[in-house]
Each structure stands twice: as C-alpha cells, then as structure tokens.
Ligand binder design. Structure first.
Ligand SMILES: Nc1ncnc2c1ncn2[C@@H]1O[C@H](COP(=O)(O)OP(=O)(O)OP(=O)(O)O)[C@@H](O)[C@H]1O
Ligand SMILES: [Mg+2]
Length: 236
C-alpha cells in the first residue's frame, strides 16, 4: 500500500470530528472520498497532509509512519494537497504560481518538463501564463491549483472538491484531466467530492464518510449500483 490511514481520531478543540477513520490507497489508484457537508472529508485530507493532528491512530506512507512529520516533510515525500479554495497566490501570475508549486525541488530541467506537461494538460494556462491568478475564472483557477500541485511531483495528489462551484462542462474537462494525470504520470489520486457521480465515475474505489466515520467502502462501480448510494447521493 502506498498510503494507509489506520483508525485516526481527530478533534477540533473538544469536538471529535474523525472517529477512527481508516482508508488505503494503492500505487496508481484513484480513490474517492464522498459524503455530505460536514462529514469530515476536508478534515481527513488535511490530517493526511499534516495540517491537523491525530489524537490516536496512525498514517503510513509505504509502511513508514508519517503522522508525526510536519506538513513540509510530508510534501517533500510526495503527499500534496490541493485545498478547497485552491490555495493559489492571487497576486502572482499563473507561471509564478506554478514555480511556487515546485519550490521544494532543485531539479531545474525536470521542473521545466513538468511545466511543459501541465501546460499541455491545460493549454489555457499557457495562454494566460502572465495573468494574475486572482483574475482567472473559477475553472481556470481550479486547473491552476491542480497544475501547481503537480509541480511538486506528488506521489499522492489529494484534491479537495475540485468540482465545487463549476459548470458541468468544466467539471467534465477537469475529470478528464485528472484521469489523464493518473494514467500518464502514475500518480495516486485521493479525491474528496460532493459530486458523487463524478467522483465514482473516475475512481476505482471509494469510501463513504458520514459524521466522521467510514460507513461504506468498495469498488466505485459497485457503489454506483448500490441502492443506498443511488437514493442518498445520486438522487435516483
Ligand atoms: N476549524 C474548525 N473548527 C471547528 N470545527 C471545525 C473546523 N473545521 C471543520 N469543523 C467541523 O468539522 C466537521 C467536519 O468538517 P469538514 O470540513 O471536514 O467536512 P467536509 O466533509 O469537508 O464538508 P464539506 O463537504 O462541506 O466540505 C464539521 O462538523 C465542521 O463543522
Ligand atoms: Mg470539505
């Protein structure tokens, strides 16, 4: 297993938010984390990235325990979070944001190749490379956020609600790009989404988080056919 989250508990002050959440992501898998508002999806991703502390349980990257490592160490190990709200520098240009994504790296030639890859993935970013990130459309900002994440050479790219607030056509485009990243770069992807149909369509496996607990998990194809998922999440 590339990533293993083992029964983590996470509190905000005195409130228990994650109640022994466990999940796994293998090399090259796309894993979806779905669930309603306030279920704990963002909390789970932030905890994996090291932005929140666990009070018990453990997190492993390839069998190495990492839950006591600070966020920048986890990032240098390849655990990269594209946060809800996108985490861009609005007053910097598109290209400067991409450079910031690579700031932990020193392999200049490889950085240039990765920049070429993200520009070929999202040609609109190349066209707008001198434009300030804060002036991009919502869809372009989400593309830039994913591209910036890629510039860190992730082993696990965690995407928090990439479809939020975007038109269906743009969501389709992003979903295609995410699956291309996974296919071509063999990057493991952990995607938290309220757009359950999109998340299950793109992923191999999924976990359903409700009220801080994993209540269901399995192959995404099976979950798409599951009557409870259909009724509660797909409105069918
Ligand atoms: N900074 C905070 N302080 C206290 N409680 C918080 C904080 N952030 C989140 N919570 C609480 O933790 C719980 C889980 O929130 P979280 O943001 O992880 O959910 P989510 O599944 O990402 O929801 P959404 O789909 O709305 O993004 C919620 O009950 C929320 O109110
Ligand atoms: Mg969230």
């Amino acid at each position: 297993m590339l990533l293993k989250v083992d029964k983590i508990k996470v509190f905000y002050d005195k409130a228990l938010i994650l109640k022994e959440v466990s999940l796994e992501a293998g090399h090259g898998e796309i894993i979806a984390l779905i669930g309603p508002n306030g279920a704990g999806k963002t909390t789970t991703l932030k905890t994996i990235a090291g932005l929140l502390k666990t009070s018990s349980g453990a997190i492993y990257l390839e069998n190495k325990r990492i839950d006591h490592e600070p966020p920048y160490v986890r990032a240098s190990m390849g655990i990269i979070l594209v946060p809800e709200g996108r985490g861009l520098f609005p007053k910097m240009s598109v290209e400067e944001n991409l450079e910031m994504g690579a700031f932990l790296r020193k392999d200049v030639d490889e950085i240039r190749k990765d920049m070429e890859f993200v520009y070929s993935l999202f040609p609109v970013l190349r066209e707008r490379r001198r434009q300030l990130a804060g002036t991009l459309s919502g869809g372009e900002q989400q593309m830039l956020a994913i591209a910036k994440g890629l510039m860190a050479r992730p082993r696990i790219l965690m995407l928090d609600e990439p479809s939020l607030g975007l038109a269906p056509k743009i969501v389709d485009h992003l979903i295609d790009a995410i699956s291309q990243i996974n296919r071509e770069k063999k990057i493991t992807i952990l995607i938290a989404e309220q757009n359950v149909y999109a998340a299950l369509s793109i992923s191999e496996r999924a976990y359903v988080l409700e009220n801080g607990s994993i209540v269901m998990s399995g192959s995404s194809l099976e979950l798409l056919e599951n009557p409870v998922i259909k009724r509660s999440y797909l409105g069918l």
